[in-house]
Design a protein around this ligand. Structure first.
Ligand SMILES: [Zn+2]
Length: 387
């Protein structure tokens, strides 16, 4: 049995790709940005806020949902969509990244990753098979394979060793999903029979390792392909080079997802290199810290210069925050520690990101992407208003 997932490439312009993919919970236009809903919620947002901002898909973190409230509890509620009340597409990660970054006393070997919960210290084992089962119970529309996350900088030898292990893990994830689809692993209790699964290309910043990883991952065969292991501290120019080299090797007929990136400028630059999907905590996390992305650069709302500024955060933005409130009021809410500060700031930042993606898609469709890209980068760098 195959998944309910299809991807179609609509058109291309100067390396940028316009497309769409269909999932059991709806269609997503690409290039797409996925707001991060770590605990089944995009922090400070109601689902209807992010729907209105234009989100077509959100990301859920398997590590957090597995530990609390648990994938079994969510499956008994009918799966993640029904449990959280979001009827649109959801992508879940494998949990590996959080095990590597959050969990305590982790031990990685060929079998998988043994770790202690950051919540209560309890002992857990995350394997390629168990992350596939957990994501099947969550019932996301797109599941990710377990990969090994390598810190930057890494030696070529370490990157090669890690990439090869990630390939073996990817093959085990795929085999497990095929068993779930065929009914051979019926006891898993999958809640979304149309779930797709993406492979992840690793290999650090080494071009020949990335090339080998692409070949091996495509050979296993997935509905889509992600580029992992970037945005971990490497210089930005090097990241763009690796993204461009890697994306070029991936098959045209499948979506390409750059994991954990990035700034608005990164989105535009990586779309230009053939990327279709992004996720990042930057718009939501920075909003809660008072940093706002605008069409004229970034601004920190806590800065004294906004104390009596009656203008909107971004005169070009049509979000509720910009239509309704002044910089002066938002600064006051932030300094007073009001919860609405996080909500209003997050709504604006997500609106800015999602609107940027819509403008990117329009520009590709009109074959004006290169002009859009140059103008966007010029205005984004015009003033980093303050920092
Ligand atoms: Zn706004």
């Amino acid at each position: 049995m195959s998944s309910g997932f299809t991807f179609s490439l609509v058109s291309t312009d100067c390396g940028a790709r316009l497309g769409e993919f269909r999932t059991p919970h709806g269609t997503v236009q690409t290039p797409a940005f996925m707001p991060v809903g770590t605990q089944g919620s995009v922090k400070a947002m109601r689902h209807r806020d992010i729907e209105e901002a234009g989100a077509q898909i959100i990301l859920g973190n398997t590590y957090h949902l597995y530990l609390r409230p648990g994938d079994g509890l969510i499956a008994r509620r009918g799966g993640l969509h029904r449990f959280i009340g979001w009827p649109h597409p959801i992508l879940t990660d494998s949990g590996g990244y959080q095990v590597f970054s959050l969990a305590e006393r982790r031990k990685i070997d060929e079998q998988g990753a043994e770790f202690r919960s950051h919540l209560d210290g309890s002992l857990h084992l995350l394997t390629p098979e168990s992350t596939t089962d957990i994501q099947a119970r969550l019932g996301s529309d797109i599941a990710m394979v377990l990969d090994e996350c390598l810190a930057y900088p890494a030696t070529r030898e370490a990157a090669a060793h890690s990439m090869e292990r990630s390939i073996r893990w990817a093959a085990r994830c795929r085999k497990r999903l095929i068993d779930i689809r065929s009914g051979a692993a019926r006891d898993v209790g999958a809640t979304n029979p149309g779930q797709a699964q993406f492979g992840i290309v690793q290999g650090g910043v080494f071009q020949e390792l990335r090339a080998a990883s692409v070949d091996a991952t495509v050979e296993i065969g997935f509905e889509g392909y992600a580029i992992g292991g970037l945005s971990v501290g490497e210089p930005i120019g090097l990241m763009y080079t690796v993204v461009g080299d890697t994306a070029r090797r991936l098959p045209d007929g499948h979506p390409r997802y750059l994991m954990g990136t990035g700034t608005p400028e990164d989105l535009v630059e990586c779309v230009a290199r053939g990327i279709d999907m992004f996720d990042c905590v930057l718009p939501t996390r920075n909003a809660r810290n008072g940093q706002l992305f605008t069409s004229q650069g970034r601004l920190n709302i806590k800065n004294a210069r906004y104390a009596e500024d009656d203008g909107p955060v971004d005169p070009e933005c049509r979000c509720y925050t910009c239509r309704t409130h002044s910089r002066a009021y938002l600064r006051h809410l932030y300094l007073a520690g009001e919860m609405t500060a996080g909500a209003l700031n997050t709504l604006h930042n997500l609106s800015f990101y999602l609107d940027t993606m819509r403008r990117i898609r329009d520009a590709i469709s009109l074959r004006t992407f290169d002009t859009f890209r140059q103008e966007f980068l010029r205005s984004a760098s015009r003033l980093s208003l303050d920092s």
